[in-house]
Design a protein around this ligand. Structure first.
Ligand code: SAJ
Length: 433
């Protein structure tokens, strides 16, 4: 790594690429952000952002204004290329990872490469993807000596997964430790030299395949642990127990730390990445596959329980609290809360109201159902049934006197003081299973 600040090109300006580009630009490097979406490029070049993330707007505005970050629709030569494009599922119905965006970005970058450059993949990817990138570069640029293929490689290729939490991305980008996996040890060291310029956490070097697996393992670990909590919540419903009380007490054991049940696992990572491990080792992953099944099953359980509650109170309006996939964010993609309330909206039409402080409109699937969006105060004043689907702080703060007389199904356990009602619908849910 040259001691002079390297020029950096980041391909993909989404939830990871844009904050990463902005943080790197802030650290004094000259950054070009690349996205195929012209509207995204224009927005960023105006110093604005197309995604919501805490503190990102002011940061992007500052680095665009001082010229250290600019955006374009095609890459230009840089010393370091960082690829942060989506790796969705293929549309084959088997949860097969689709790395075609990674390979398209690699081909675009390959054309620019000069000896001494570094190419880093950050996208969550199945094991072996970084080597596949190397092979794509080899096909595009047969004259380059590539790592793992010849000694004295001309360029470095490495995998360094992002591991930042939505809502804390800017802070975690700087302070989290990073696993940096090179195709060779030299590649890892060259990439680590780049990250050490803006990361305050430890930059730990390893091989590319281990780094790829590490990222998948982190999210599969969380999925398995959330599945345990969700299974307990279903058991507690069957036994008439308060799962939050049981978890709170069990967690007083010095070696027990159970996560929180919810309406299912949402977002674009935890519910997706375990399948990337399964894809590479289907026979060897019964636990990971079962955890996915438990977390998917929890969504169906919540829909069944909520349906029974709504049916048991035929005259009441129903408020579904929250659309986001988790607390205090405005990201509604892959959200179990959204799936639950949209399903109720299709079943019960205009009886269903949705409360979500982070948006002015309801997503498209509510169109024609008759469901409406209302604010929290209106919900508390007009709805007889509340279904808590997201633990936003504004919901947690609702005092008991405003909800004491209402029928409440709290899937997040945000209101421990809510009186427990032993109602016919609870019995019915037991019968449903
Ligand atoms: N959830 C529960 N109970 C819990 C914790 C979470 O039901 O106790 C649910 C949430 O409500 C949400 C889902 O799980 O629907 C995922 O939320 P999350 O906060 O666990 O994770 P993400 O998807 O926001 O971010 C994860 C993080 N991974 C880990 O914590 C291992 C983050 O560090 C990764 O960078 C991110 O995935 C990613 O991009 O891979």
């Amino acid at each position: 790594m040259q001691s002079q600040a390297p020029k950096v090109c980041i391909v993909g300006l989404g939830y990871i690429g844009l904050p990463t580009a902005a943080v790197i630009a802030r650290s004094g490097m000259d950054v070009l952000g690349v996205d195929i979406d012209e509207a995204v490029v224009e927005t960023i070049n105006r110093g604005e952002i197309h995604i919501e993330e805490v503190d990102l707007d002011a940061l992007v505005q500052a680095v665009v204004r001082d010229g250290s970050l600019r955006a374009a629709t095609a890459p230009e030569h840089a010393d370091v290329f960082v690829i942060a494009v989506p790796t969705p599922f293929a549309k084959d119905g088997h949860h097969t990872p689709d790395v075609s965006y990674v390979m398209a970005a690699t081909r675009a970058v390959a054309k620019m490469l000069r000896p001494g450059d570094t190419v880093i993949l950050e996208s969550t990817s199945p094991v072996g993807t970084t080597e596949e990138m190397r092979d794509v570069i080899a096909a595009e640029r047969p004259e380059l000596r590539l790592p793992g293929k010849s000694d004295n490689a001309d360029i470095a290729i490495a995998y360094c997964p992002e591991r930042v939490l939505p809502g804390k991305i800017i802070q975690e980008l700087v302070h989290n430790d990073r696993s940096i996996g090179g195709i060779t040890p030299e590649c890892a060291e060259q990439a680590a030299g780049f990250y050490r310029r803006f990361v305050r956490g430890e930059c730990i070097v390893t091989d590319a395949r281990s780094a790829e697996m590490t990222k998948l393992v982190e999210n599969a670990y969380r999925d398995v642990n959330i599945a345990f909590a969700n299974e307990l919540s279903i058991v507690a419903d069957a036994m008439g127990l308060d799962v939050w009380e049981v978890i709170k007490l069990a967690n007083r054991h010095p070696r027990v730390n159970i996560l929180q049940p919810g309406p299912g696992v949402g977002g674009h990572c935890i519910a997706v990445d375990p399948w990337f491990i399964v894809h590479g080792a289907r026979e060897e992953t019964p636990l990971i596959q079962t955890a996915r099944g438990v977390n998917e099953g929890k969504i169906r359980h919540v829909i069944a329980r909520a349906t029974a509650l709504v049916e048991a109170h035929p005259g009441a309006k129903v408020a579904c609290l929250g659309l986001a996939f988790k607390a205090n964010i405005d990201d509604f993609r892959e959200s179990p809360a959204r799936l639950v309330s949209a399903t109720l909206a299709r079943k019960f039409g205009s009886r269903i109201c949705v409360v979500e402080p982070h948006t002015d409109t309801l997503p498209i699937e509510y169109e024609g159902t008759g469901a409406t969006k209302i604010d929290l105060d209106t919900a508390l004043a007009t709805c007889g049934v509340l279904i808590v689907l997201v633990d936003h702080d504004v919901f947690k703060q609702v005092p008991l006197e405003k909800r004491a007389g209402l029928q409440v199904y709290d899937t997040r356990g945000i209101w421990p003081d809510q009186p427990v009602v032993t109602s016919p619908e609870n019995a019915r849910i037991r019968a449903v299973r």
